[in-house]
Design a protein around this ligand. Structure first.
Ligand code: NAD
Length: 490
């Protein structure tokens, strides 16, 4: 048994601090129906939260729409100051919020604390960006007229977030939306609503205007969101989640030509060349694979290692993976927490079995411990053939699948041989090769000799079927701004 199913007094207290209702127009609302939030480490329900229906969703949009003019009229400095207060409050509450996140999602407490810091940094970054929304003034090429260019908030925005980073994915949308002067309706994932409910309560205490951020939790996201997406008062959809759902939402958004930002799935290659620093490559591989127990859009999904060092790399990675402590995320030193649910474990097991059937060998792991909780052991597979299913789908679990390449051209071709294009990782000590390969990667982001790329100050996003638009960085706020040009005849 990996996890004790009873909550400690501190854990119970942390859960009991979280409001359970819908947050609409600055007030908490109860619903007739509720649904349980389950600790994936134990399978035990932590509490129940409101289950919104489509009428609740429309009430949230009514509130966002009503608050939009006032929000657009606030000064950039006022909006920045609000975001800075949220930044500070998040940091001050790291322990409580981190514990809530670990309990509802399973990630180790240390990772949850890092996610709170990451989320807080989005509020600080966009507090600073709120006062730097720029414009332009230019002469018409023919003379006699001037062009004024200004940026205005796009308007009420729908924000849909996944369960794997329950706080940061929301922060990455809410902070730029508010910085730009947009109100929003946020729909967190049904597996992990508590982090978002705790965040919005903290924002309300920090002085959030009523209606500026509305949060609706539901077990039926399609029924709730479809009418909101069709409603012409909604001016923007920012979605983070799977490519399959993203495609459905893009079709729906076409009906009103709604602006979209899409942060979708990935299938990251991690390339290790024989001139890499092997210690650094193993560390980077571990980070790129094991962050969030492998449940990250940026997780390295396909390890491709040059033949001369492939065996040593695999043996060293396997030794490190085998030594990672598994257990409930609240226990000290745990790295391998539970996967989000039983379906996730079944999917990972299926992918490992498929690879084995096609000729892969298991160096370590390859099994799911018996419950309670939905755990999967840290796994390293070698001799993985290109047709293995796990090379073509997000594994979303702690499984490193290693294949071998011979030449740089072959590595690039195989790395790019996927419809996804979120991130890639390249390990080499050769500067020319490093830059050549980074430029050849068909991904929105590349980690050169590093296994983590996320940073609020950098533009995060993918190409191909991994998404549209960028979050964070100096362009992140533009996702919530419209450009207006005013022609002036002199
Ligand atoms: P998901 O697509 O199943 O769900 C994401 C969100 O969409 C949830 O809030 C869900 O309730 C909602 N949703 C589902 N169907 C919907 C519908 N028909 N209408 C409206 N909303 C709907 O994804 P998930 O399992 O929660 O998250 C994992 C996925 O997210 C992975 O594919 C991962 O790669 C991706 N992800 C991408 C990024 C990124 O920045 N690119 C970051 C984190 C996660």
């Amino acid at each position: 048994m990996l996890a004790d199913s009873t909550l400690s007094a501190a854990e119970r207290t942390a859960i009991d601090t979280v409001p359970r209702g819908l947050f609409i127009n600055g007030e908490w609302r109860e619903t007739a129906r509720t649904f349980p939030v389950v600790d994936p480490a134990t399978g035990v329900p932590l509490c129940s939260v409101a289950d919104a229906d489509p009428a609740d969703g429309l009430a949230a949009l009514d509130a966002a729409d009503a608050a939009q003019p006032a929000m657009a009229g606030t000064s950039p400095r006022e909006r920045g100051d609000l975001l800075m207060r949220v930044h500070r409050a998040l940091l001050a509450e790291t322990e409580r919020l981190g514990l809530i996140m670990t309990l509802e999602m399973g990630k180790p407490l240390e990772e949850a604390r890092r996610e709170i810091a990451y989320a807080a940094e989005f509020f600080r970054w966009f507090a600073e960006e709120a006062v730097r929304i720029d414009g332009g003034y230019m002469s018409a090429p023919t003379g006699g007229a001037r062009f004024l260019v200004t940026k205005q908030p796009v308007g009420p925005s729908l924000l849909i977030t996944p369960w794997n980073f329950p706080m940061a994915m929301g922060a990455r949308k809410i902070a730029p939306a508010l910085a730009a002067g947009c109100t929003c309706v946020v729909k967190p994932a049904e597996q992990t609503p508590l982090s978002m409910l705790a965040l919005v309560e903290l924002m309300a205490t920090a002085g959030l205007p009523a209606g500026a951020v509305n949060v609706v939790t539901t077990t039926d996201p399609a029924a709730l969101m479809t009418p909101l997406i069709r409603d012409e008062r909604s001016r923007k959809l920012s979605f983070t989640g799977s490519t399959a759902v993203g495609k459905v939402l893009l079709e729906q958004c076409a009906q009103t030509v709604m602006r979209t930002s899409m942060e979708l799935g990935g299938n990251a290659p991690l390339l290790v060349f024989d001139d890499a620093d092997l210690d650094e490559a193993v560390e980077g591989a571990l980070e790129a694979k094991m962050r969030n127990i492998g449940q990250a859009c940026t997780a390295a999904n396909r390890f491709l290692v040059q033949r001369g060092i492939a065996e040593e790399f695999a043996q060293r990675l396997a030794a490190r993976m085998a030594a990672l402590p598994m257990g409930r995320g609240t226990e000290p030193d745990v790295v391998v927490g539970p996967l989000i649910d039983a379906d996730a474990v079944a999917k990972v097991q299926h992918l490992v079995d498929d690879a084995r059937t096609r000729g892969a060998t298991v160096l370590t792991g390859g099994t799911a411990p018996t419950g309670p909780g939905t755990f999967y052991s840290a796994t390293v597979l070698v001799d993985v053939p290109d047709d293995a299913e796990l090379y073509h789908t997000e594994i979303f679990g702690p499984v490193a699948a290693i294949g071998v390449f011979d030449t740089e051209d072959e590595a690039i071709r195989r790395a790019n041989g996927t419809p996804y294009g979120l991130v890639s990782y390249v390990f080499t000590e050769n500067l020319r090769r490093g830059l050549r390969v980074c430029e050849a990667m068909e991904t929105g982001m590349v980690g050169l000799n590093q296994g983590v790329v996320s940073n609020p100050a950098a533009p995060f996003g993918g190409v191909k079927e991994s998404g549209l638009g960028r979050e964070g960085g100096s362009t992140g706020i533009d996702e919530f701004l419209e450009i207006k040009y005013i022609g002036v005849r002199l």
